[in-house]
Design a protein around this ligand. Structure first.
Ligand code: GLN
Length: 490
């Protein structure tokens, strides 16, 4: 049996039967890493000995009859999530030597169940980007075609799952960073409702938009990870008190009722977006037909403020980033320029050499847009537009349970293709940014391949706290499509 192809659900079952051990499972993934990580570059930090030691402990727990859902399951973590005693770089030189003294809440939850934390994955610096090319350390390659990007910013996590370096991974999503790389790598990515998952220990990019979520091989595994990571946390005052359902029951709902009674809206503004690849449109049409065959009623809806989403997001996110990143000043965390003799000089030199060009660009934009003379014209205005976008969504959900769209206007682009053109890169986020602006959940499910063999995904969004609908419809869609090939050949 190829242990590296196992889903969380299957691995859990085999572990509980004693058919495999966590050490064997972890070793199978590490063998893949030995063979292919040189070509993919998914990880920033990987400690094989430590991973095997964690697996050994997990096996003892299982032998003692103490198996929780994630015991012994190898999971990778985006390197923006704090891990006690393990370097957490955020893909930045400025935190190149930062070792947190505490775990993020989601990491604590995984540790409590004795999951195997296999490594920290590559990302765009501070999660700013859509291709993982903005990492200070390496460029991650798309496992389906190594000339192409894996998407971003959680490109390392998505590539690690697709390349079978782990059962599943955690990513973060501020404007699409879970859903878009999942789509580009043919894996499942879910951004939960804002507030569903504690952000404690997640290094902030744009705090009012950031959410942690799962990147998995299939929808069942996404539901299982949601069960683990969701819930109120006293360490994050924005985490919701909302009841957490058993998300795996969404799959039973599909078994019982298929998707009968569900309504899916297609925003008329989305299909007129400039630059959508015809192959993406064809994939989207096919997805629509499949959903209809499962009982979904398709309706046309309107999200009238769609043309302003990219502009508003690219003001709000940099504003929040410029404030959040002010703490990286060479005094409290990470590297410090030790040559300067006065404080201001030290700040300047530390930041200039510690932050990469995209992060510096955003800090400058954000600081400018927040400055006294421009606040109302930029940040104030963008916040008003954000309210209108939220209203668009709440009105739309009066008419449907799901909103359907492609995840990205094109399949993964080539490495280097857009690096000189930040605006084109920003525009490629058109379908994913709104969910963060409105705080609603969104899932990306694999939906096909382009003629060149690059994956494409379909996005479904639902109303606040209705991840159950996403999982039910996602599961049905995945089942009906039965996409092959499931894995890239490396
Ligand atoms: N591509 C978007 C950005 O660069 C979203 C990134 C993210 O979700 N972290 O801001």
């Amino acid at each position: 049996m190829d242990l590296h192809t196992l889903t969380i659900a299957k691995a859990q079952e085999l572990l509980s039967q004693g058919a495999i051990s966590s050490v064997e499972l972890t070793q199978a993934f590490l063998d893949r890493v030995d063979l292919y990580e040189g070509r993919i570059g998914a990880f920033i930090t990987l400690d094989k000995k430590d991973a095997l030691a964690q697996a050994g402990v997990a096996d003892e727990h299982i032998a003692a009859g103490n198996q929780a859902p994630f015991t012994g399951i190898p999971i990778a973590l985006k390197d923006l999530l704090c891990t006690r005693g393990v370097k957490t770089t955020c893909g930045s030189k400025i935190l190149g030597n930062f070792v947190p003294q505490y775990d993020a809440t989601v990491v604590e939850k995984l540790k409590k169940e004795n999951a195997v934390l296999i490594g920290k994955t590559n990302l765009d610096e501070f999660a700013m980007g859509s291709s993982t090319e903005n990492s200070a350390f390496k460029i991650t390659k798309n496992p389906w075609n190594q000339d192409h990007v894996p998407g971003g910013s959680s490109g390392g996590s998505a590539a690690a799952v697709a390349a079978q370096f782990c059962c599943a991974a955690l990513g973060t999503d501020t404007g699409g960073s879970i859903r878009q790389p999942a789509s580009h790598c043919s894996v499942v990515g879910l951004k939960p409702t804002y507030g569903r998952v504690s952000r404690f220990g997640l290094v902030s990019y744009a705090s009012s938009l950031d959410q942690i979520g799962p990147i998995t091989r299939d929808v069942t595994d996404a539901a299982m990870m949601m069960n683990l990571i969701c819930g109120n946390d006293s360490k994050d005052s924005t985490s919701a008190r909302q009841k957490v359902p058993d998300f795996t029951t969404a799959l039973d709902q599909f078994e019982k009722n298929s998707l009968k009674g569900m309504k899916a809206g297609i925003p008329k503004e989305y299909l007129g977006v400039e630059g959508i690849d015809p192959e993406v449109l064809a994939m989207f049409d096919q997805a629509k037909t499949i959903l209809e065959s499962l009982g979904v009623e398709i309706v046309e809806i309107s999200l009238p403020h769609t043309p302003y989403v990219v502009a508003a997001y690219y003001i709000i996110a940099p504003c929040e980033a410029s404030s959040n990143l002010a703490r990286f000043d060479g005094v409290r965390y990470g590297i410090r320029d030790s040559e300067s003799d006065d404080l201001i000089e030290m700040y300047k030199k530390t930041k200039s050499s510690g932050f990469g060009p995209e992060v510096q660009r955003r800090i400058i934009i954000g600081t400018y847009a927040l400055s006294a003379g421009y606040y109302d014209a930029y940040y104030g205005r963008a916040s008003q537009v954000r309210t209108l976008i939220m209203e668009d969504f709440s009105k739309a959900f009066d008419h449907c349970d799901l909103i359907l769209s492609p995840v990205a206007p094109t399949p993964a682009f080539k490495i280097g293709e857009n690096t000189g053109d930040p605006l084109t890169m920003y525009l490629s986020d058109i379908f994913t940014l709104s969910a963060n602006m409105a705080g609603v959940p969104g899932i990306s499910v694999p939906a096909g391949f382009s003629r060149a063999g690059l994956p494409m995904g379909i996005q479904m969004m639902a109303n606040h706290f209705d991840e159950m609908s996403l999982l039910r419809a996602g599961f049905g869609f995945e089942r009906a499509l039965d996409l092959k090939p499931g894995f890239p050949s490396l």
